[in-house]
Ligand binder design. Structure first.
Ligand code: PGA
Length: 248
């Protein structure tokens, strides 16, 4: 018994509209969700308020990004204060699409993590290696370095969930094997022990993301250091319920 509450986040990415969000919310609100699992849905910015109003209160909502300061002349950005003002408690930061499609640096992600936590948001902080990095045998080096930029900006780890998402597994239908996921999660926990503290290493939730489905979730969830999932494609489908209940 680890005391780490199972955590399942959905990342809707840039998908959906009011109609489909309402339909998904109805399915989720009426489903039997394992009460021992914390559930968070990552909605597009423009639908944060709408998603919050449609989902039951036991289902949290997350923004998929935010900026590093509270307000100002930053056209197109949103702040943690605005996210909180919509009743939303979480933000996903450092997602691979932010890193690799929009060019966000480790430094910027660290600054965003610091500010979001200062404002009282929970942070789902994402890390993960690209295929060429895995093939070059530098997976650990990459994820440890990404984790350090995040860790240097965290004071209260109880508000942080670390999401290991190998880039080669995201949106590709190529889920990491349970062994591959467990191996990196274990290494990350060891890194936390050596670089943060044993207490944090034991309590921080490390979740896996990358083509998780209703079919792959149970075996992944049975791994010792897999404390939940960040789910993209499957979070838009009724199958998300099965993933939430992977531990049931
Ligand atoms: P996927 O996305 O489940 O569609 O691979 C995961 C993610 O990007 O968080």
């Amino acid at each position: 018994m680890t005391g780490r509450k199972f955590f399942v986040g959905g990342n809707w990415k840039m998908n959906g509209d009011k109609k489909s969000i309402e339909e998904l919310a109805t399915i989720m609100n009426n489903a039997k969700l394992n009460p021992d699992t914390e559930v968070v849905c990552g909605a597009p910015t423009i639908y944060l308020d709408f998603a919050r109003s449609k989902l039951n209160p036991n289902i949290d909502v997350a923004a998929q990004n935010c900026y590093k300061v509270a307000k100002g002349a930053f056209t197109g950005e949103i702040s943690p204060a605005m996210i909180k003002d919509c009743g939303v408690k979480w933000v996903i930061l450092g997602h691979s699409e932010r890193r690799h499609v929009f060019g966000e640096s480790d430094e910027l992600i660290g600054q965003k993590v610091a500010h979001a936590l200062e404002c009282g948001l929970g942070v789902i902080a994402c890390i993960g290696e690209k295929l060429d990095e895995r093939e070059a045998g530098i997976t650990e080096k990459v994820v440890f370095s990404q984790t350090k930029f995040i860790a240097d900006n965290v004071k209260d780890w109880s508000k942080v969930v670390l999401a290991y998402e190998p880039v080669w597994a995201i949106g590709t239908g190529k889920t990491a094997s349970p062994q591959q996921a467990q191996e990196v999660h274990d290494k990350l926990r060891q890194w936390m022990k050596a670089n943060v503290s044993e207490a944090v290493a034991n309590t921080v939730r490390i979740i896996y993301g990358g083509s998780v489905t209703g079919g792959t979730c149970k075996e992944l969830a049975s791994q010792k250091d897999v404390d939940g999932f960040l789910v993209g494609g499957a979070s838009l489908k009724p199958e998300f319920i099965d993933i939430i209940n992977a531990k049931a």
